[in-house]
Design a protein around this ligand. Structure first.
Ligand SMILES: [Zn+2]
Length: 49
C-alpha cells in the first residue's frame, strides 16, 4: 500500500491503482487536480515489481 501526499495542501490519500509513481489527481481538499507524491509505503507488503 502506498500513501500519497498532495503537494499543494499535504492531504494524505491511498491510491490503490497507483504504484509509487508521482501522479496528478483531483484533491478532495483543494477541489482541483494537483500533483501527488509518495508520502510513505507500507513496509509490511514488501517490494514486488
Ligand atoms: Zn490538496
Amino acid at each position: 500500500m502506498t500513501y500519497y501526499e498532495c503537494e499543494a495542501c499535504g492531504q494524505l490519500a491511498d491510491f490503490a491503482d497507483a504504484h509509487g509513481r508521482p501522479l496528478r489527481r483531483e484533491c478532495p481538499a483543494c477541489e482541483d487536480p494537483t500533483v501527488w507524491k509518495t508520502a510513505f509505503a507500507d513496509e509490511q507488503s514488501g517490494v514486488s515489481f
